[in-house]
Design a binder for this molecule. Structure first.
Ligand code: GZL
Length: 313
């Protein structure tokens, strides 16, 4: 029998028969690539058959993939919903087929929460607050004009990370959000939008800090700041979210200051919830929350960088 950690022999055999269809957003960021890698290894460790469909960041492709998984009669469907709305119809089709759905790393707005079994995500409002509070503490009373690179328009992390950060800005008169635009969670777009911010702000000398909803946009923006002749991490403070290896490389070079960690392993808890549901009918909580941890230049970035190798970022 498969010697799978934490599972009884019966459920290991059961797991061996399980097929999960995963509608993945794409590979827009290093974090997303790591999530895909980790999901594959978590499935393998449980003897689960995994089918992954890459949506190239398009909701219509995710909807097509979910319909295909329903037609194939998979045992469960995982979805990382690229945007928060527009899921009720297709998730109702999965429900009618009695195929449980688990949301990974992003949530949805729906009138019917029965359309999914559970959502495995971090608290993305909290992430925005943690980023804001780090900045507030770091600048003290100094006037700090801030520019913001938002994630994908309409995605739950972009909506929530903005919400959490805005709460902190509202509580500190010296913090001023002067420009905010989406960089769609990608390095290229993050660089492009940061270039436009710098140009619009007379070269950027007046900008005190950048808040990016993920590290990939921050890494792109750091390039733009350097090309504008400014020092990222000093002239313009850089705070973002995900804790991917390259942000720690930037911290080692003094070019980034802080990041809020997001684990790429949403699938482990999701697989365990599905197995318990299938094996014993255990209904999981509607939200399985993953941890968020602040890292700064004071947290041995070289060691953290090393610890994140081999995870598929
Ligand atoms: C957040 C996740 C976000 C990451 C980005 O839970 O959905 O999507 O922060 C990724 O890197 O693009």
């Amino acid at each position: 029998v498969l010697a799978v950690a934490g599972l009884s022999a019966i459920s290991a055999a059961q797991a061996a028969d399980l097929t999960v269809g995963f509608s993945q957003i794409g590979s827009e960021s290093g974090w997303r690539a790591a999530e895909t890698t980790v999901t594959k290894s978590e499935a393998e460790a449980r003897g689960i058959t995994l089918k992954i469909a890459d949506a190239q960041q398009k909701q219509e492709n995710q909807i097509k993939a979910i319909r295909s998984f329903v037609a194939q009669g998979v045992d469960a469907i995982f979805v990382a919903p690229v945007v928060a709305t527009g899921w009720d119809t297709v998730l109702s089709e999965a429900k009618d087929a009695e195929i449980p759905v688990v949301l990974l790393d992003r949530s949805i707005e729906t009138t019917n929460p029965d359309l999914y079994l559970t959502a495995v995500t971090s608290d993305t409002v909290h992430e925005g607050r943690v980023a804001g509070e780090w900045l507030a503490k770091t600048v003290g009373d100094r006037d700090c004009p801030i520019v913001e690179l938002q994630g994908t328009v309409g995605s739950s992390p972009a909506i929530n990370r903005k919400k959490g950060f805005d709460e902190v800005v509202a509580a500190h008169d010296n913090l001023k959000l002067i420009r905010s635009q989406t960089g769609d969670f990608t390095r290229a777009k993050g660089k492009e939008v940061m270039e436009s911010f710098l140009k619009a702000e007379g070269g950027g000398k007046s900008i005190c800090a950048l808040y990016a909803h993920n590290d990939d946009m921050a890494v792109g923006a750091i390039q733009a700041i350097k090309e504008a002749g400014l020092k990222p991490g000093q002239d313009i403070l850089v705070v973002s979210i995900d804790a991917v290896p390259d942000i720690f490389k930037a911290m080692m070079d003094g070019e980034a200051n802080a990041t809020v960690e997001l684990t790429p392993n949403m699938a482990g808890p999701a697989f365990d919830a599905i197995l318990a549901f299938k094996d014993k009918g255990t209904v999981p909580p509607k939200w399985i929350q993953t941890e968020s941890k602040l890292y700064t230049q004071a947290d041995d970035p070289a060691a953290v960088y090393k610890s994140k190798q081999g995870l598929g970022y």
